[in-house]
Design a protein around this ligand. Structure first.
Ligand code: TXA
Ligand code: MG
Length: 315
């Protein structure tokens, strides 16, 4: 592949991005959660290229991005419950797993041949304009090599994927900073991944959510797949740093870097992936990143989910 183009969020940049996507190329684009690595979700070639660029195992299905509920209805079956959730949270950092429509026309690589589909309407204005300019569904996992820290800036995308994708559309820093919450609505409502919409907000509408049942979220902590991993080793729930550790703090106290000095979980989520990268830069060979405890509520659940995977044994 040739050099990766950096495109700006101008009419020219967006036209170029849509052109590349129409030619089954790959464009990384900003969403309010993280940068996605987009390709035409109807094209086997484009989707195969996504897996190849990321070095991602093929059995892991991708999220389909569309501009609105009307567009989503072409690919998934919405019952009254799904429509209500979509009306409440879209556009926004929520992905719904719904029954796949028989006539959806998506590449079977996107759904890993399941009979359900994960679908999302991002709120980021650049994602919205791109989806409308392209005029079709975009399959988009996070734009990072498989298993590594997700990107929240165009520069992060280039660090991991330069020369492996056609272009990155620069839309600045992602405001939410952790991936979308994934809600399964095929049977009983199930939390498949904590993320940018707090679980509590979904439970207020749907009642208690089932958890587990997703290959990406095994129940036993020891089985957690290593993911979101920086180069350095990670130690969690560190009340203080041991000599020689790089300390990533939360709230008041001594730290090399701080997710949120005021202890704000929304700010901490927005800073998480960038500061994991910065901590990795500070860590000398063999040094560990010691991360302060993060409360397990609101966006803290998504942060802790990512941190547990960052700390999991490397495969
Ligand atoms: O915020 C986000 O969601 C970002 C941005 C780019 O939109 N995307 C993202 O995609 O995080 P990805 O591919 O990294 O995560 C997709 C997750 C995987 O854990 C996958 O297992 C799950 O969605 N998934 C996809 N289709 C599914 C399905 N039919 N049933 C259950 N889980 C599914
Ligand atoms: Mg990812």
């Amino acid at each position: 592949m040739n050099e990766t183009e950096t495109l700006t969020a101008t009419p020219e940049g967006l036209t170029r991005a849509a052109q590349i996507l129409s030619a089954q190329g790959l464009v990384s684009f900003p969403t309010e959660t993280v940068y996605g690595l987009g390709g035409d979700a109807r094209s086997d070639l484009a989707v195969a290229r996504i897996f190849d660029a990321k070095g991602r195992p093929r059995f892991n299905p991708l999220i389909v991005h569309v501009p609105d509920l009307a567009a989503a209805s072409a690919f998934a079956i919405f019952d009254a419950r799904a429509e209500a959730v979509a009306a409440a949270f879209w556009p926004g950092p929520l992905t719904l797993v719904l029954p796949l429509r028989a006539d959806a026309g998506l590449s079977p690589l996107v759904t890993a041949e399941l009979d359900s589909v994960a679908i999302r309407v991002p709120a980021h204005p650049v994602a919205q304009v791109l989806l409308r300019a392209f005029g079709g569904p975009l399959a988009a996992p996070s734009a990072n090599p498989s298993g590594r820290v997700s990107p929240t800036r165009a520069s992060h995308v280039l660090e991991g994927l330069s020369g492996r994708i056609d272009a990155v559309l620069d839309g600045g820093v992602c405001a939410v900073g952790v991936e979308s919450t994934i809600l399964g609505l095929v049977g009983e409502p199930a939390l498949l991944r904590p993320g940018g919409i707090a679980t509590e907000a979904l439970e207020a509408m749907l009642g208690p959510l089932a958890t587990g049942g997703n290959a990406q979220k095994p129940n036993a902590p020891g089985q957690l797949a290593s993911h979101y991993a920086p180069g350095a080793a990670v130690r969690l729930n560190a009340e203080s740093a041991l000599p020689g550790e790089v300390r990533l703090g939360f709230g008041a106290g001594q730290a090399d870097l701080n997710l949120s000095v005021s202890g704000d979980l929304i700010e901490a989520a927005a800073n998480l992936f960038h500061l994991l990268r910065e901590a990795d830069r500070l860590a000398l060979p063999g040094q560990t990143i010691a991360i302060a405890p993060i409360p397990e509520h609101g966006l803290g659940r998504a942060i802790n989910d990512r941190l547990r995977r960052a700390a999991a044994p490397r495969g």
